[in-house]
Design a protein around this ligand. Structure first.
Ligand SMILES: O=C(O)CCC(=O)C(=O)O
Length: 274
């Protein structure tokens, strides 16, 4: 297994993130981007800005990415050998656009406990300050912060959930070349600025890989078995798609997205389409 080094694991435990982690070369990441952009062109309704959750349940190349040992081995170093995947999000910022992600903690909304899970964010394009890379507040995974819903039009997050009072001077930019990933802890405060470049900024967030002891605290959770023991019976287990947008897989994705939406919007005053 090609997991993380002891130093990388120690960094994650102390700061709440580790990056950059090499997954693949730039050429291979470029090929994945080409496949994604072809899928967007052929099936715009399946991948538009309101429909970017759980695309790995209908596009085999994204399911293969989610099961890729070059991503799962490093995740195993953090959460142990029995792994399932709860969901994925395509975080896409168009060239010179105002979309951003407010400061937030994933664990606050995901309805999963304990926090033995991790997000892998894989860059398919260069991700840096100019293009609006993910920024993190080191050490913030040690606490649970208050969030307010802002529902900002340019905020990519479902309810614009925002942690107030962040000292932005302490933020670290997770700069990645295409084919590298960052791993972040579910309680790590993170966010991102608009993309001010002339190219797209595309990241695939596998969010997250769950360890054996993680259980739903509310709602239904549809998970993909990744390695080791089968997911606990408190989860609904889904299978990877055999073909692009196969009928059964489309239905499974719709059910997973409805369930995810219900969990993410729990207690919110209003919703927007997922
Ligand atoms: O891609 C981004 O800009 C934000 C990503 C994020 O919030 C996440 O992966 O949890």
């Amino acid at each position: 297994m090609a997991g993380l080094t002891d130093a990388q694991v120690a960094h994650y435990r102390q700061h709440g993130w580790v990056a950059p982690v090499d997954v693949m070369g730039e050429d291979e990441a470029g090929e994945l981007l080409r496949l994604l952009e072809k899928a967007e062109a052929c099936f715009p309704m399946e991948l538009n800005a309101e429909h970017r959750n759980n695309a790995h349940l209908v596009f085999p190349f994204l399911a293969e990415l989610a099961l890729d040992p070059r991503i799962v081995d490093p995740a195993e170093s953090l959460i142990g050998p029995d792994i399932s995947l709860s969901s994925s999000v395509l975080f896409i910022k168009e060239p010179d656009s105002s979309s951003f992600v407010s400061w937030h903690q994933d664990a606050f909304y995901l309805g999963l406990e304990p926090d033995n899970f991790v997000t892998a964010w894989i860059a398919l394009t260069a991700s840096d300050r100019q293009s609006g890379c993910v920024s993190v507040i080191p050490g913030s995974h040690e606490g649970r912060a208050e969030h307010n819903d802002t529902f900002g039009a340019d905020n990519i997050l479902t309810r614009g959930q925002t942690v107030a009072g962040i000292n932005e001077a302490s933020a670290i930019d997770l700069v990645l070349r295409p084919g590298q990933m960052s791993l972040h802890h579910p309680w790590l405060v993170h966010g991102s600025q608009p993309n001010r470049t002339q190219g797209r900024r595309v990241g695939v967030a596998l969010q997250g890989y769950l360890g054996a002891d993680v259980r739903p605290t509310r709602g239904e959770h549809h998970v993909l078995a990744v390695r080791g023991a089968q997911p606990h019976t408190s989860f609904i287990t889904v299978t990877p798609p055999r073909a692009e947008l196969a009928a059964g897989a489309v239905t499974a994705r719709a059910a997973a997205n409805d369930a995810l939406s219900a969990v993410l919007y729990d207690g919110a005053e209003r919703t927007r389409a997922l």
